[in-house]
Design a protein around this ligand. Structure first.
Ligand code: ADP
Ligand code: MG
Length: 466
């Protein structure tokens, strides 16, 4: 051990020296210079990092470098804890920080958030503090949705936007926006009880409550919210009992002047397998869409994201990525992260060449990333059957064709062996898969309308995760 450092600053300065000897300069600048020491206790050193992503990256790639340096400088039994800073956390709020539980590294954002001097509900609101209006870049593609969300956040249930439904494709900021409403309303003291759930979570909890004979407890809980935010309501499709419960929850909340916020991958009227009376409720308030971002917005998003992560991105690299990654914002973020990762791990400069490699390899990995579940989901949707039917025993002609199409697509889009494919479709054997592929390949060469349907299904699947 070196001369024991007693304050966080001094300790971290010493650690940085040790770290600098072990990592290359780019890594040091990228991943260590932005780290800020917060406090030094008897058993931990608390460091502040600029974002969740930054934290995860440090943990995954440099955790031993960090812990070794701390051991050397401060002592053997001192661990590192991280807090994640956000634009919207003002300095004075840091004093509400309590060191997180050991072993709960991943949820530290929550622990910082829950210690803000806002109302303290006795349940987990599930809001990610990263999803704020400040962090949300405005552009033509999302301006209207953002304005509506902001109006609701400022005056929950006090506008005619109740429910507010935000719909649009994958990765375009729906989850971000609907959670920003909750974060803002809580922070500004507009609402105390805010709950964010995905429709899947709602469904699972509901089924669980029924099984444990606690349905009324479940209903009371949801009906006690000031703002109820439900993400991805398209997954309510086909789940009648859950819909029935949600219908009553919706009515109860609406009647008692509470705000409901929903997101969906399509306009409410196009939801499949959702009861008409529920769809009609969804259209009572305001329905707005988010569109893919235009070039200017993409550039602005990349600038902001790299700044947030404490990283200087050359303009030409930002422009290259913005011009070539056009589908959605999640993919933009992914490209940025990969570029930094590659640069840092291979000790290369961040350049347009490097960006080209990353963008190209992302386009390739996208193709292999499709899962059988993705395929079943999309096929069920396009062919208007349920996923259970795809895996089930029914011999009804429409269902058989959908099932065979899904098998063929699985063979086409994944690298899975026939036996595995069969097992994903209700435990069928490999000869059934071969037979299905023959039928579909005949159909594809003889039936133009089927081929068109097939092609558009395939495109939809390939869009997943983009
Ligand atoms: P969706 O729910 O529509 O699939 P998300 O809300 O999960 O999309 O957004 C995907 C990612 O892109 C998130 O990390 C989110 O913070 C980010 N993002 C989306 N829109 C914006 C925006 N306008 N400004 C900044 N970040 C955004
Ligand atoms: Mg989402």
């Amino acid at each position: 051990m070196m001369e024991a450092a007693t304050d966080a600053n001094g300790a971290w300065q010493e650690c940085m020296k040790v770290i600098h000897e072990r990592v290359n300069n780019l890594t040091y600048k990228t991943w260590f210079e932005p780290v800020v020491p917060v406090s030094l206790g008897n058993d931990n050193l608390v460091l502040r990092v600029p974002s969740q992503f930054f934290h995860d990256w440090l943990e995954e790639h440099y955790s031993s470098v960090v812990t070794d340096s701390i051991r050397k400088v401060v002592g053997d039994n001192v661990r590192v804890d991280y807090v994640i800073s956000e634009d919207d956390v003002v300095e004075s709020e840091q004093m509400f920080y309590r060191p997180p539980q050991p072993g709960r590294i991943g949820s530290q954002t929550d622990s910082v958030a829950s210690q803000r001097p806002v109302s303290k509900p006795s349940f987990e609101s599930n809001l990610n503090p990263r999803y704020t209006f400040e962090n949300f870049i405005k552009g033509d593609s999302n301006q209207f949705a953002r304005a509506a969300a902001y109006a609701v956040a400022n005056n929950p249930a006090g506008t005619s936007f109740n429910p507010l439904v935000i719909y649009g494709g994958v990765g375009l900021g729906k989850t971000h926006l609907i959670q920003a409403i909750g974060n803002y309303a809580r922070q500004m003291g507009r609402s105390e009880r805010v709950l964010y759930v995905s429709s899947e979570r709602f469904t699972v909890d509901f089924v669980d409550a029924i099984q444990k004979d606690r349905a009324s407890e479940f209903s009371n809980f949801y009906r006690s919210m000031d703002i109820l935010i439900v993400d991805d309501i398209q997954f309510f499709g086909g789940k009648e009992k859950t819909q029935d419960n949600f219908f009553h929850t919706f009515n109860a909340l609406h009647q008692s002047g509470k705000q409901i916020v929903l997101s969906s991958d399509r306009p409410p009227k196009e939801l499949k397998g959702v009861d008409d009376r529920l769809v009609s409720r969804f259209t009572w308030g305001l329905t707005v869409d988010v569109q893919p971002p235009d070039l200017e917005t993409r550039i602005a998003i990349l600038r902001k994201k790299s700044e947030d992560d404490g990283i200087q991105m050359p303009d030409d690299v930002i422009e290259y990525v913005a011009a070539n990654v056009t589908s959605n914002i999640r993919e933009l973020e992914g490209s940025l992260i990969s570029i930094l990762a590659k640069a840092s791990l291979n000790n290369r400069e961040v350049s347009v060449d490097l960006a080209k490699e990353v963008v190209r390899s992302l386009a390739v990995s996208r193709k292999t990333a499709v899962t059988v579940e993705d395929i079943q989901k999309v096929v069920a949707d396009v062919f208007d059957v349920t996923e259970e039917q795809l895996r089930g025993k029914t011999r009804k002609q429409e269902i058989v064709i959908a099932r065979q199409t899904a098998m063929y697509l699985t063979k086409d889009l994944t690298q899975l062996p026939l036996k595995t494919i069969g097992s994903h479709f209700g435990g069928r054997d490999h000869s059934t898969v071969i037979y299905a592929c023959q039928i579909i390949s005949d159909l594809l060469s003889n039936d133009t309308r089927f081929r068109e349907k097939y092609e558009s299904t395939k495109k939809k699947i390939e869009m997943i995760g983009m």
